[in-house]
Design a protein around this ligand. Structure first.
Ligand code: DAH
Length: 343
């Protein structure tokens, strides 16, 4: 009897401590204690060892033990059942869904897409190249051999581990990569980020973005260059905008020019943006230098081409009324979310 009492007390404690968080665990309890091979059955089997005169008392104890197990099972079932009932009552299926906050495109991306889409209509495809470049693609092949004074025009970041590597100073390096592929004709647009060692201020930054254009085929002339850029300017700034070319110098083009458009802020009468001149400079361009073609194994006797390069930040600043270049790279959400609806 004493042994039986002990066993029952131990199992009761064990059952009282048993917890269940879901139906599966409640079922585990049932199988362990109330199943056909369960503990309650096993303990009931002890009855046969109890002396006859104590059988009545033991029978009561065992019945009570079985009831205890059944009650505990019921409690556990109710507990897991009521938990899922509570969870269900917390879900209100009639509530409207959460709206996701609207993302926005970066103003530099918006301007890049605008520029790219205009040239795409003329059949230009888009290409990209690495931002860490070797000296050959960024300078050498572009007709800027070592010690060429024009290298000073661009304050270059060199990679410490390898003096042959630079952070590209212009997207012109991608021209070389396209020409090297040897697939002609080429009609490519090459947007990307470029780096120059300049003091960061409202008007200059150590990185910014450019779009480069390249067209190589037989019989390409300066007239093609002008017509292509006229088309771009009219699409970009409107039919009434005036255009002028000024002779300029770039080592990779000959002849070279810079293109101005009549100031789209004041219409040419003179304002702060055009510094009272009535003109805004928007890009550099020219006929690809024969040396550059030769450097890329393209026969300059057979092929000719034009190239141009323009910054993206400046037109973006003018279009969206941004007066500080640094805003573009600070990731201030208050600034960025203003472009949610811009196209
Ligand atoms: N690479 C020049 C720069 O960063 C821009 C440029 C000028 C690109 C004339 C060209 C070009 O392709 O023909 O200032």
């Amino acid at each position: 009897m004493e042994q039986l009492l002990n066993t029952i007390a131990n199992y009761k404690k064990e059952m009282a401590d048993f917890t269940a968080v879901d139906e599966k665990q409640a079922e585990d309890f049932r199988i362990k204690y109330l199943g056909t091979k369960g503990i309650v059955k096993a303990v009931m089997g002890e009855m046969k060892h109890v002396p006859a005169e104590q059988k009545k008392e033991a029978g009561q104890l065992l019945n009570e033990f079985k009831q205890f197990a059944e009650q505990r099972f019921q409690q556990l079932q109710e507990a897991v059942g009521s938990q899922s009932a509570t969870a269900a009552s917390l879900i209100d299926l009639s509530l409207p869904g959460d709206t996701l906050p609207m993302g926005s495109r970066h103003p530099v991306v918006l301007m890049r897409n605008r520029i790219v889409s205009i040239f795409q209509r003329l059949g230009f495809a888009v290409a990209e190249g690495p931002e860490i470049e070797d000296d050959w693609h960024n300078f050498g092949a572009l007709n800027l051999p070592a010690h060429h004074p024009a290298r000073d025009m661009q304050d270059t970041f060199y990679v410490q581990q390898n003096p042959d590597w630079v952070l590209r100073t212009h997207t012109s390096s991608v021209q070389i990569r396209e020409m090297e592929k040897g697939k002609l004709p080429i009609r490519m647009l090459m947007p990307g980020r470029v780096y120059r060692n300049e003091t960061i201020s409202a008007r200059s930054h150590c990185f910014f973005h450019q779009v480069e254009g390249l067209y190589i085929d037989e019989n390409v002339s300066f007239a093609d260059l002008k017509q292509t850029l006229y088309f771009f300017v009219k699409e970009m700034y409107g039919k009434d905008v005036k255009v002028r070319f000024r002779p300029s110098y770039f080592p990779f083009t000959e002849p070279s020019a810079e293109m101005d458009v009549s100031c789209f802020i004041c219409g040419g009468s003179g304002c702060n943006v055009c510094k009272k001149t009535g003109w805004v400079e928007i890009l550099g361009c020219g006929m690809v230098h024969p040396n550059v073609l030769s450097n890329c194994n393209i026969d300059p006797q057979k092929y000719s081409g034009f190239a141009f390069g323009m910054g993206i930040e400046r037109p973006a600043m003018l279009k969206y009324g941004v007066n500080d270049l640094r805003l573009f790279s600070e990731n201030d959400v208050r600034f960025l979310k203003q472009f949610t609806t811009a196209i």
